[in-house]
Structure formats: C-alpha cells, structure tokens
Write a protein that binds this ligand. Structure first.
Ligand code: LIP
Length: 283
C-alpha cells in the first residue's frame, strides 16, 4: 500500500509526548468513575486525552478510521479491514489513579486488521516504545530486544500476568489455578517460573516482553486498544502473540485472550507456548 507508516509513527510519537505531559501532571490527583464494574475505572483525563488524540488524527488523516477505548460502544463499534487508528488514551488507568509509575498512552495503527504501527509511551519513566512493520522496534533510540536470552524456557522465566477486570466467572478460577501451577511446577513442587509481574498495562507488559525484560505476558479479557500498539513492538523484536485457546495459535487482533512471548528461535518459542498451555489446562 502507499500509506507512509514512518510518517504515521512520527505523528503518533508527537501526540504521545503531548499526552504524556497531561498524564504526568494529573496522575494521583483525579477522581474516577466505574465502567462495567467497580474495578474497571475511568477518569476525565482518559476521556480528555482520547478527544485530543482523535481530533488530531481525524484532522490529519480524515481518510482513516478511529477506534478508542473511551468512545467504544459495546455491540456497536466494529473493527473493520479499513486502515484504523486503535487507541488507548491511558493504559494502566488504575496505576494512573494511584500514581504508580507504570501507565502509558498506547497508539496503534492497523491495516486489514493487522497491527502495523505501534507507539507506547510511559511518561513516568520517559520510555518511548515504537515499532513499524518490517522496520524493527525501539525503546527511545535503542533497538529491541535490549536483552537476548541465551535460552527461552518456561522454567526460570519472568512472566507478566494480570488479574484484569473480569473477576466473576471461571476466567478468575482458570487464572488462580494457572498461576499456582506456574509458580509451583506441575508435579515437582518448588519454584518453577522465576516470578510474576503485573505492570497493570497490557501495552507495557507487551513492550517489556519485546525489550526482553519480561519473558511472557498472558491475559484474558483484552481489547484491540490494549494490544494493537504492543503487538507491532513485540513482533518486530522477534516475539509472538498467540491466541488464548490451547492449540489455536493464530489470533485476530479483536480476540480477547493472549499469550505474548519474546523472540528466541521458533522451536523454543513453540515449546514455551505448549508448556504454558499445559499449566493453563492443569495437565
Ligand atoms: C487495563 C489493561 C490491564 C488489564 C485491565 C485493563 P485500562 O487497561 O491494560 O492490563 O489487566 O483489564 O483493561 O483500563 O487501564 O486502559
């Protein structure tokens, strides 16, 4: 296609810096409302940043579609094959509210539902993650991954997990069981994975897998705006995003359950994913 992806990345980086200032200024000083339940939170800053982003993108790129977390209408908003900006104005809203320094703006661009540009900016740590399909991904000026593992294996890995906001169905039980199994090992007892981390932001979890500072990230219940930008950053670093159902590895961006693993050779990656699923299934 003749879409200039580098130019889109540059535009998104500029927007991210502007939004980052607002996020930093307001973090820890806002009131919040509930969305679908008492742990699904939104603030006026999420809404204001989304308006700023959509106004800027709609005037610069009127020919492209826009999908944002705060303007999404369940059952109505549809992701199509058209070139679409997919935006989470604040990913990690809970952290933003609590002034915990892991929150970001996540700006993605997809063509035919394939993520092709991703910008994830954490203003607290001044971390600008960027990726363009076919051109690699970066943390500020450094090419990702920052750290290459000598061997990728579930044993001894550092895993991001999230409790998420859906906590009242078997989703929760599956998570509790899988975490226990991953922590203690299937039959041997004692430590298995080195540890769990929850950054509280899907985009930052994926970006850290891309950087090589985490080995994997698993969550059920994501939306396209949680994963679009991070997807590009991770794939360009040699990582892989797979679907949530064991064996069903090809996953669309509008799926809900994801496992993201970093780059290694394809055989190690496959083994890691298979091992992970065996813990989710409890076998
Ligand atoms: C959040 C995610 C986080 C997840 C929550 C929530 P928000 O996004 O990125 O990883 O556990 O379910 O969706 O609401 O802060 O934009």
């Amino acid at each position: 296609s003749d879409i200039n992806l580098d130019e889109i990345r540059d535009t998104l980086v500029e927007i991210a810096r502007t939004a980052g200032k607002i996020i930093l200024e307001r973090s820890g000083r806002v009131t919040f409302d509930d969305k679908k339940n008492a742990v699904d939170l939104v603030t006026e800053v999420d809404k204001a940043v989304e308006v700023l982003v959509s106004d800027t993108l709609r005037s610069k790129y009127p020919q492209f579609e826009f999908m944002g977390e705060e303007s999404y209408v369940p059952g109505e908003t549809q992701l199509t094959d058209a070139p679409t900006f997919i935006v989470d104005p604040i990913d990690g809203t809970t952290n933003f509210i609590h002034f915990f320094p892991q929150a970001c703006i996540s700006l993605g661009f997809a063509v035919e539902r394939k993520p092709v540009v991703g910008v994830v900016f954490n203003p607290f740590l001044n971390q600008m993650f960027t990726g363009v399909a076919g051109k690699g991904s970066f943390l500020n000026d450094e090419k990702l991954p920052l750290r290459k593992a000598s061997k990728l294996s579930l044993q001894g890995s550092l895993c991001a997990i999230e409790w998420g906001t859906d906590r009242d169905n078997d989703n929760y039980e599956i998570k509790v069981r899988a975490f226990e199994s991953l922590a203690r090992g299937l039959s041997q007892g004692g430590g298995f994975v080195h540890g769990f981390r929850s950054l509280g932001s899907a985009a930052l979890n994926m970006s850290n897998v891309a950087a090589g500072t985490l080995d994997s990230y698993w969550e059920g219940g994501c939306y396209a705006w949680d994963v679009c930008a991070g997807w590009v950053i991770l794939s360009e670093a040699g990582g892989k995003v797979v679907g949530g159902n064991p064996g069903q590895w090809e996953t669309p961006i509008d799926g809900r359950v994801y496992l993201a693993v970093r780059g290694a050779d394809a055989r190690e990656q496959k083994k890691y994913i298979e091992d992970y699923w065996s813990h989710i299934k409890g076998k």
